[in-house]
Design a protein around this ligand. Structure first.
Ligand code: ATP
Ligand code: ZN
Length: 308
């Protein structure tokens, strides 16, 4: 029988806190990441904080814009938030001379989008210089200002808190700088993308303050599990049989894998079993190439958990 999971009892001071978006595009993927790390908790409707039942880790549900501040102020040890918000806040903190700053621990495989400059249909765009003297509406004034400064362009940044895409139609701006994933919102507002200012995805951030000694063990374990969950995404386990003489050709074909495990096959001196973890997508073409190189009985399996 499996041993039941341990229930680490810890006083509130030694419990880790992680901030995630309360309700929005990052929420489901953030919760999914934490549950894949083994965290169990029950979330009541409108609850702002949940206690981890099987780890000394509590989850705070907040607006995504508040996550860098909570981590910077060490109210939370960790946070999951988009790079767009991370960069905007980092530049704002830097401008205020705040140091040391919260740190990015690792990028995560969700929440992908781009911060783009988009112009109304009919706007004659001939490179970034066309933005000179224009009014640009955005909720990301610091990132936009950096983009303009790097290109020595003088433009007026109009800071809005939302609905940026309708600013040109309302006469509040000439062009916009806003987040895009599919581009359908832009098209619906008669705008077209002309520049990518920032490529964004979710990131794990951590407090600038050294983590207390009694929290370090669980911080290390959680970070290792998050890394494991990220590595597993897209990873596949490949098993095949092959003649020993084909090993070099087969090893060359296996994408993103470390040295494969080679196991002799009982009573078949010339043939071996090859096992490898591939960290990239495995397509039918690869299986066909492996077969062409002499492999038989090729199996591709999903990987559920991985600890480097
Ligand atoms: P909140 O109430 O938490 O402030 P919000 O309206 O700012 O919510 P969402 O629209 O839920 O936030 O977006 C959260 C994050 O999701 C963005 O900051 C960005 O990192 C990411 N994201 C991914 N795709 C898109 C997209 N198409 N448009 C906007 N954000 C996106
Ligand atoms: Zn927000």
């Amino acid at each position: 029988m499996n041993a039941p999971p341990t229930r680490p009892e810890a006083s509130p001071a030694v419990r880790l806190k992680i901030a995630i978006q309360k309700s929005g595009r990052l929420t489901d993927s953030s919760l999914d990441l934490l549950s894949r790390c083994g965290l169990k908790f029950s979330r009541g409707k409108d609850q702002l904080m949940c206690y981890g039942e099987n780890m000394p880790l509590d989850v705070l549900f907040v607006r995504d814009d508040d996550i860098p501040d909570l981590v910077q102020e060490d109210v939370c040890d960790l946070g999951l938030v988009g790079l767009n918000v991370v960069e905007e806040k980092r530049l704002a903190f830097q401008a205020r001379g705040i140091a040391p700053l919260f740190e990015i621990v690792q990028l995560l495989d969700f929440g992908r989008c781009k911060l783009c400059i988009a112009v109304p249909d009919g706007f004659e765009y001939r490179g970034a210089a066309s933005l000179a003297g224009k009014r640009i509406a955005t909720t990301y004034p610091n990132i936009l200002a950096r983009f303009l400064a790097e290109r020595s362009i003088a433009a007026e940044v109009v800071v809005l808190s939302g609905s940026v895409e309708i600013a040109p139609r309302l006469g509040r701006a000439d062009v916009i700088c806003d987040l895009v994933s599919t581009g359908s919102t832009l098209a619906a507002n008669h705008l077209r993308q002309v520049e990518t200012v920032l490529e964004s995805q979710a990131a794990l951030i951590r407090t600038p303050v050294p983590i207390a000694a009694d929290k370090q063990d669980w911080t290390r374990r959680l970070l290792m599990r998050i890394d494991g969950v990220e590595q597993v995404k897209g990873s596949k386990y490949i098993m095949l049989h092959a003649p020993r003489s084909a090993l070099a050709a087969i090893a060359k074909l296996l994408p993103g894998s470390e040295a494969p495990t080679v196991i002799p096959l009982e009573g078949r001196g010339d043939r071996v079993a090859v096992h490898a973890v591939c960290r990239e997508s495995v397509f039918w073409e690869l299986l066909e190439d492996l077969k062409g190189a002499g492999a038989t009985s090729v199996l591709v399996l999903p990987v559920e958990k991985m600890l480097a």
